[in-house]
Design a protein around this ligand. Structure first.
Ligand SMILES: Cc1cc2nc3c(=O)[nH]c(=O)nc-3n(C[C@H](O)[C@H](O)[C@H](O)COP(=O)(O)O)c2cc1C
Length: 245
């Protein structure tokens, strides 16, 4: 994967686009080409992506939407988060504004036997529409989401990750060359039983995993990822362990 660390520092959910800038068909094709480059968390889960004009969805903003469809297998939501976050980085790196759109639904809820999972709205933007300073991020304190010593840049990559309603439902623990990622199943801002708590929470954990790994790769830390995907009784469920080689 291309080093997207700097993109983590500039990205944001862009909900207003530059109407005067339009996509050519070849620019849309270039986005479609990215779909095959998205690295899955679990390659055995079948997925597909399509671009539709926003009018073909109920989304309230965006020029177009990318609809993601997937086989509903174990890990499919985390896989969706992990893959589409790579596309979010691609968009921001090309000054295309984008926003995860959990509340949106497309016309087609099934495609090629796969189920609709989530969409991302996008449209053309300018460099100035993105973030230029860390102070523009609204995020939990580092101490709330990461326990233990580790490289500060890697911690920052995870901390700046986007999430549904900005709930940031994760906790990392590190010691020695090992990081454990937990899913916070009761984050502030997620009503018990809501889609934010049950559904987006899992997508968010795929997103933050993509951000964490972007940080590790940026710092040239080779790692081995072991998916745990625990379904526990308590608040924090162990999702994955990373061993730095
Ligand atoms: C899974 C997911 C679903 C989201 N759904 C919506 C949505 O339906 N509408 C919206 O305006 N923003 C949505 N967002 C954007 C978040 O509100 C946003 O990522 C978060 O507040 C952090 O802000 P930032 O992305 O600008 O850093 C969603 C984000 C994620 C990750």
């Amino acid at each position: 994967m291309k080093d997207m660390y700097d993109v983590i520092l500039k990205r944001k959910s862009v909900r207003q686009y530059r109407d005067e800038l339009v996509f050519t068909e070849s620019e849309l094709d270039a986005i479609r080409e990215q779909f095959s480059k998205l690295v899955p968390l679990d390659g055995s889960i079948r997925t597909c992506f399509e671009i539709v004009p926003v009018e073909e969805t109920d989304a309230k903003f965006g020029k177009y939407c990318v609809n993601m469809y997937s086989e509903k297998k174990d890990l499919y939501l985390m896989n969706a988060g992990y893959m589409l976050q790579q596309l979010d980085f691609y968009f921001a790196s090309n000054n295309i504004g984008s926003c995860w759109y959990g509340m949106g639904t497309p016309k087609e809820l099934e495609k090629d036997g796969l189920s609709f999972v989530i969409m991302m709205a996008f449209g053309k933007s300018l460099e100035e529409d993105f973030r230029h300073d860390l102070s523009e991020f609204k995020r939990r304190d580092e101490a709330d989401i990461w326990h233990g010593e580790f490289d500060g840049d890697v911690k920052l990559a995870a901390r700046l990750s986007p999430s549904a309603k900005n709930t940031q439902p994760w906790l990392f623990e590190s010691s020695g060359g090992r990081i454990v990622q937990y899913r916070d199943t009761q984050p502030q801002g997620a009503e018990p039983g809501s889609r934010t708590q049950t559904y987006f929470n899992q997508i968010d954990n795929g997103i933050v995993m993509c951000c964490l790994e972007t940080g590790l790769s940026h710092k040239s830390m080779d790692f081995e990822r072991k998916i745990i995907n625990e379904k526990g009784d308590g608040r924090y469920w162990k999702m994955a362990e990373f061993t730095i080689k």
